[in-house]
Design a binder for this molecule. Structure first.
Ligand code: FES
Ligand code: FE2
Length: 364
């Protein structure tokens, strides 16, 4: 943690709504960094696929006999979108363009061009699907739209990933997924996630589970006189803080005693690891003033099917917290349009926002 001498300015207000600036960020951040697009388990069998949208770019991710592959969702003929469904299965390992039926293998080769008048000089090998770089990390699937990514997923995640080492992420299963659309710029949601200054006012129920949040900060160590008397006895994020599931094997005493361990993958995704479950939140920009949050709940696979009654409080509580945040993000978005508000001020406990702005400026 580092302390700020005095409030310093935020990035310019128009960066949160200007269309040209949004395009600049897509190119500098979203088309250059590794972006998590799902879980390996989302593609169980060979030929299964899902599609996703990163900024303006449609992507197909599929499982082949040789592992996972990703492509731009664009036909090499005249550029039609290949797949419109969110997910599905390529029958007989064929990706067929709906327009003029150019037919590709799931490994991306152009196999056939039905109905094309044969001129005898057509080299199909020049028209493979446009490849997208793909890496997996602990059960998560990441893609990178750059022609040559500058670093690996592991390098990008850096030290933040280390705090999750004892959670068996690769052996966990998604038991619930939801998408929440927020009418705010993606950076507003990320900044909201990066500070707890708003917690006392916005999250009264969460503050009961996490008393330190009543102070408007994430961590009692940020408050010199804080004595930890009021640390609460919550175990996890449920309405009463009680865990309804067995503790995950392999966690240390300290991890078992910590209500939540956050790993932040700047701007794009965070992981909230609890003693009994893991929640991931992925941000996907949908325009200068819209962001989708894709939220997954992961449990150890060996637990098998868990009763909905047990899952519900674990789902409802964070969903409520996110809804409270989303409402403020939308207000934040509206207010930023003021002609007078050229930029805001970052206060002491918003040091992570300042770091985020440094990160963003570096990329731009
Ligand atoms: S655009 Fe795909 S076959 Fe014509
Ligand atoms: Fe919040």
């Amino acid at each position: 943690m580092s302390l700020l001498p005095a409030p310093e300015p935020t990035i310019p207000s128009h960066w949160y709504f200007d269309t040209d600036h949004y395009q600049r960020e897509l190119k500098a951040v979203w088309y250059r960094e590794w972006v998590c697009v799902g879980r390996e388990e989302d593609l169980a069998g060979t030929g299964d696929y899902f599609t996703t949208q990163i900024g303006d770019q449609g992507i197909i991710v599929t499982r082949t006999d040789d592992g996972l592959r990703a492509y731009f969702n664009t036909c090499r003929h005249r550029g039609a979108q290949l797949c419109s469904a969110e997910s599905g299965h390529f029958r007989n390992g064929r990706i067929i363009c709906p327009y003029h039926t150019w037919t590709y293998s799931t490994s991306g080769e152009l196999l056939a061009t039905p109905y094309r008048l044969d001129t005898g000089s057509f080299d199909t090998s020049r028209y493979s699907l446009y490849d997208v770089h793909l890496e997996t990390w602990r059960g998560f699937v990441f893609v990178n739209l750059a022609e040559e990514p500058e670093y690996t997923v592991v390098d990008q995640l850096g030290e933040e990933a280390a705090c999750l080492r004892n959670w068996p992420l690769e052996e966990m299963r998604t038991v619930y997924r939801t998408t929440e659309s927020v009418d705010s710029n993606w950076k507003i949601y990320w900044e909201n996630y990066s500070e707890c200054y708003h917690c006392p006012r916005i999250h009264p129920d969460l503050c009961k589970v996490m008393p330190v949040y009543k102070l408007g900060t994430f961590d009692s160590r940020e408050i010199p006189e804080w004595t930890r008397d009021d640390d609460g006895d919550a175990e996890t994020w449920t309405p009463d803080g009680k865990s309804l599931l067995p503790a995950i094997d392999g966690l240390t005493e300290e991890e078992l005693g910590t209500v939540v361990t956050f790993a932040s993958f700047t701007g794009m995704m965070y992981v909230a690891a609890h003693r009994d479950y893991v929640r991931t939140v992925r941000l996907m920009p949908r325009g200068p003033q819209k962001v989708d949050l894709i939220i997954d709940w992961l449990l150890p696979a060996k637990l098998g099917d868990v009763d909905k009654k047990i899952l519900q409080p674990m789902i409802d509580f964070p969903t409520q917290v996110i809804a409270e945040d989303a409402q403020m993000c939308e207000l934040n978005q509206k207010g930023l349009r003021s002609l007078r508000h050229k930029h805001g001020a970052i206060v002491e406990q918003e040091y992570e926002i300042r770091d985020f702005h440094v990160w963003l400026r570096d990329r731009l």
